[in-house]
Design a protein around this ligand. Structure first.
Ligand code: FES
Ligand SMILES: [Fe+2]
Length: 420
């Protein structure tokens, strides 16, 4: 089930017609309410979305609610250990059924007239209905759900695209990270004053890193790109990569991203857009912390600290950075034309205990700072692109290739691949 797609296409064609390949998107992409509704219908309610981590659903009846635009899903652990999801809409008169963001229940009872549903979505109780009332026709409507490598995905689409490629790659790459058995150490939720596309565009380039992220660039090679890197750093990266690949291959860990800069997303042809890679840290860094020193016990199956950073991402709402000792997951949710709710989650090994094995004061700052620096950038940009004076400028082919890639995916997902 998805929201209808009856939004006026004429406005969309006009907006897309103004797009120039290799340039930033025009202001209307970030300021047109009808386009925002089309994005919800064609992207957010059609594809797969990251909903949460398995650790948030530890036992039968554990649930979380994920709401995107007009669609709200209850995602709940079943008695058989699987994960199911339902539209959070009562089959009686349509009230939201679950009103808390998460929790643990035996049944879901609608707060309005107390129709009660089992974990399997079936209607179990409904007072004052006729004796011959057939409850079997009033189950909560299903939402597609899938769990892979400790990550939970949902799709509001009636017939979602095939998730197998992404789920398979994530499962293979992330198995040693141990996300499935991880502990959620901390969650930070931000209301970022920027359209969701600005947040992605910012995430897909490190052109801004030198000035904006001093602590982030100290840990990795993201600030450099092929063809834009000092020769000494190029030699260092080649050597670090060679050693890392040898070590990771020996440890049974999956392949790395061997060149400088941000890994390119695969082509925009697929309906599910995702990628995964393992990148080296700079010498002296064992993890993505302020000084590179470990901040928690080794996670999952890692036997030593030298595992670089495992990066996973899937459009339109998920990215992950996993070090040897902790992982950080970011989930984006559009909350309006010019606002995005961003949930950042820190995970540690399931056996680690706060105070004894890790301290939040050491665990959080690296990604807290990096994230908050980015949110500020995005909010400033939102204000600029709303101005009538804004004219989209050219992108750097060396630095912003993934922004172009994001645009290609976005236009295709809108059904407007001819843009530019
Ligand atoms: S709307 Fe849910 S029980 Fe009436
Ligand atoms: Fe950034």
């Amino acid at each position: 089930m998805s929201s209808t797609d009856a939004a006026p296409a004429a406005g969309l064609h006009e907006i897309v017609a103004g797009y120039q390949h290799g340039h930033a998107l025009g202001g209307r992409f970030y300021a047109d309410p009808a386009l925002y509704e089309i994005e919800l219908a064609r992207i957010w309610h059609q594809g797969w979305l990251f909903a949460g981590v398995s650790a948030e659903l530890p036992s039968p009846g554990s649930y979380l609610v994920y709401t995107v635009g007009a669609c709200s899903a209850i995602v709940v652990r079943q008695h058989d250990g699987s994960v199911a999801a339902y539209h959070n809409v009562c089959r009686h008169r349509g009230s939201l059924v679950a009103t808390q963001p998460s929790g643990r229940v035996r049944n879901f009872t609608c707060p309005y007239h107390q129709w009660t549903y089992g974990l399997d979505g079936r209607l179990r109780q409904c007072r004052a209905m006729p004796a011959d009332f057939d409850q079997s026709g009033y189950s909560l409507l299903p939402v597609h759900a899938a769990e892979a490598a400790g990550l939970v995905f949902i799709s509001f689409a009636a017939s979602p695209p095939d998730l197998a490629g992404a789920a398979g790659l994530f499962a293979a790459m992330a198995a040693p990270q141990g996300l499935a058995g991880a502990r959620v150490a901390h969650v930070a939720e931000y209301e970022v004053a920027a359209n969701w596309k600005l947040v992605w565009e910012n995430n897909r380039e490190c052109y801004h890193c030198d000035v904006s992220h001093p602590q982030y660039i100290a840990a990795n090679y993201d600030r450099y790109d092929d063809g834009d890197m000092p020769a000494a750093r190029e030699r260092e990266l080649a050597e670090v990569t060679r050693r890392s690949q040898e070590m990771w291959a020996a440890a049974g860990l999956a392949v790395t991203h061997a060149s400088a800069g941000l890994a390119q997303f695969p082509s925009a042809d697929g309906r599910v857009w995702y990628s995964a890679n393992r990148t080296p840290l700079v010498p002296g860094y064992e993890t993505e912390s302020m000084d590179g020193a470990r901040v928690a016990p080794l996670m999952g199956a890692y036997e030593g600290p030298d595992v670089g950073v495992l990066r996973l991402r899937m459009l339109p709402n998920f990215w992950h950075h996993g070090s040897c000792d902790h992982a950080v997951i970011t989930r984006l949710t559009p909350s309006g034309l010019g606002s995005t709710t961003v949930r950042v989650m820190w995970l540690v090994d399931g056996a680690a205990q706060e105070g004894r094995d890790y301290r939040l004061a050491e665990l959080l700052p690296f990604w807290q700072l990096t994230s908050e620096q980015d949110w500020e950038i995005c909010a400033r940009q939102q204000l600029g692109v709303q101005s009538p004076a804004y004219v989209p400028g050219p992108l750097s082919a060396v630095k912003e290739y993934n922004v172009m890639g994001f645009h290609a995916w976005y236009l295709r997902a809108l059904g407007e691949p001819q843009g530019g």
